[in-house]
Structures are given as C-alpha cells and as structure tokens.
Design a protein around this ligand. Structure first.
Ligand code: ZN
Length: 346
C-alpha cells in the first residue's frame, strides 16, 4: 500500500503520445509520463487532459518591453474538436484495456481513493476547452456516460462558452470578457451531472462568472500564484481566497514561466520555485486548498525535475520545508479527493 501517492491536476500525456508515437507502456527518454516512469515515482494518477490543438497553427511568442506575449490562435469548430477528442479519449480507453489492471479510468471518488491506495494508476477523463460540446449539450451527456468527469470551459482560445487569457507576462488575468450565456448554462449542466468545472485558463471575469453560478467547490487545476509571478494565467489573491472559501483547490503548475517571479522561460529553474507557490497558499489561505497540477507533457518544467521521476525530489523538498506527513498527504492527493467527493455524484 502506498500512503503517499501523487494525484495530479493536469497532464497532456494523451496528446504527447499521439504526437510522439511513444507508447504508454514502455519507458521513453522523451515526454514526461509513461507507466514505468510513473510507477517508479509514486505518481498515482491524475486528470488526463483531452485537448484539441489548432490545425496547422504555430504559437508565436513576441517579446514585449517588460516580458512577452503569445497571442491566441483562432477558434476551432465543434466538429473538428469532437473528432479529435474522440480519438484521444479512445486512446485512453485503449491504454486502460491494455494495462492489465495497471490503469483505471475512474468516475467515482471512492474508486479513485481505492486506486491511489492500491497502486493502480487512476485517470480522470478531463477535456480542456469545451469546443467539442455542441450547443444542445448532447455531446456532454454522451461523454459523461463515457466517463467524462472534468471540463475546462476554455483553453485560453475563445469558444462558444467563454474567453480565456492570452499567455502574457506581466499581466493581470483580467484580460477580457467572461462566460457567454451558453457558458453559464454549461456550468449549471456540469453541476447537475456531477462534472467538475475547471477555471484554469479563464479570464478573471470568467472565473467570477463560474464562482457566481456553481454549487460546488471552485477549482483551478493547473495554475500558480499571481502575487509571486504576475502572469495572466496565474490567480490573484482574491481568486485564491474565493477558491479557499468554497472549499476548493489550486493545483500548482510546474511550468517555469508561471513559477518564476521574472516570468522567464528558462528550464534552469529550481524546483524550490514550486515550493514557494505551495508555501504561499498554505501560509495565506491554508493547507486544505493547495495541491499539484504538474502540466506534465504540456509545458517546460524545471530541468531539475526532468519528468515524472522528479516527483520524489519535490516531496523531499516539502519534507525539508517542515511539512508533516499529514500535510504532505493533503497536498499529494487528499485535497483533490476531498473536492471530487463533493463535486461528483458518486
Ligand atoms: Zn492548460
């Protein structure tokens, strides 16, 4: 039995597998997560994101006088998003069936907890950006039956449901409009089905729109602290306070440019920067509201961490900072599981 499994708020491993051709079952020197590396590192599972990139579009980052900006790609169609999402969801189910019990797509909180404590990797099916959902929400209901338990309304790129932040440093997250009327209906529909609504990537207005509607704890699955790194994707103290008051959680992102005070994109960034963001939330808001949200396979993480095999280094650093075993457990998995108990219907 593993008492300190890591349950993680966000990975882009499905997309990485699709693009790289590496398999989930063989150890690779590229990417951040595969089963052998995860097993060795105490990675017990997490939200596996289904994300549809724009076709033939390259994100270009422009230097600005005091930082950078990466403009957002144009919207994509629902048909294209659904087709791509189905391919990635199918990939996850193929992995599950080929894993010989090693990975389970979980849809209930007790099942998640059982997997974590028994060394079965737990995957929560998450869609990042709601483009695949048609305006009648038929796809939402069908995907729910297929195991969807978490939905990010936007991946920064605007869609029928809301607006997200462009990737900009320095910048407030208040960069534009929030949810559309249909977006507000989508939050209610997710609440009634028991699908977690992820506020990561939303504009600040969109965040407050969700906060005003949802009847479950607020969640930002892979975001950091704006007071430390003033980047558009990070959360202001007011937002973190609302998450804490709702009993929700922030999964800290390991993306170097979201961690560093100077917003730099240098992989030579110490993992101590991750600890700083965790400390900040613990000191200002409490131990119950912070967790991990690596963004493995989706971003540039500190070279010191390398990939999922660097997780024990992070845990060790937290121990050295004085976190007790009970507090480590909350950060590693219990806070996430608590929120999912309150969010999911089963
Ligand atoms: Zn993301």
């Amino acid at each position: 039995m593993n008492n300190l499994p890591i349950f993680d708020g966000h990975n882009d491993t499905l997309l990485s597998l699709l693009y790289s051709g590496r398999t989930f079952f063989e150890e690779s020197s590229s990417g951040h997560i595969d089963l052998p590396r995860a097993k060795r590192s105490g990675f017990g599972g997490g939200f596996f994101a289904v994300f549809t990139p724009n076709e033939q579009y390259k994100m270009v980052t422009k230097e600005t006088k005091d930082g950078y900006e990466t403009p957002l790609p144009p919207p994509i169609t629902q048909e294209y998003a659904l087709q791509t999402s189905l391919a990635m969801i199918a990939e996850l189910f193929k992995i599950e069936s080929q894993s010989d019990g090693g990975l389970k797509v979980v849809t209930a909180a007790q099942e998640l907890e059982r997997c974590l404590l028994n060394d079965t990797m737990a995957a929560v099916l998450h869609i990042e950006g709601a483009e695949a959902i048609d305006r009648d929400f038929n796809a939402l209901h069908v995907l729910y039956q297929a195991g969807l338990r978490s939905l990010g309304l936007v991946w920064s790129r605007p869609n029928a449901y809301g607006h997200g932040v462009p990737f900009r440093y320095p910048s407030s997250p208040d960069t534009g409009p929030g949810l559309t009327d249909r977006g507000k209906d989508l939050v209610k529909e997710c609440n009634s089905l028991g699908i977690m609504v992820d506020t990561a990537h939303l504009t600040e207005k969109g965040f407050w729109d969700v906060a005003g509607i949802t009847n479950v704890p607020l969640v930002a699955s892979h975001s950091c602290v704006h007071a430390i790194c003033p980047m558009s994707r990070n959360l202001t103290d007011k937002q973190i306070s609302a998450i804490a008051e709702s009993g929700g959680v922030v999964g800290i992102n390991y993306s170097v440019n979201m961690l560093r005070e100077d917003g730099g994109r240098d992989p030579n960034t110490s993992m101590d920067e991750i600890v700083k963001h965790i400390d900040y939330i613990v000191e200002h808001f409490g131990i119950d509201y912070v967790a991990l949200g690596s963004d493995f396979d989706g971003t540039t993480i500190p070279a010191e961490m390398k990939d999922v095999t660097g997780m024990p280094i992070l845990i060790e650093k937290l121990k050295q900072r004085g976190y007790s075993y009970d507090h480590l457990k909350k950060i590693a998995w219990e806070n996430w599981v608590r929120v999912l108990h309150q969010t999911w219907k089963e």
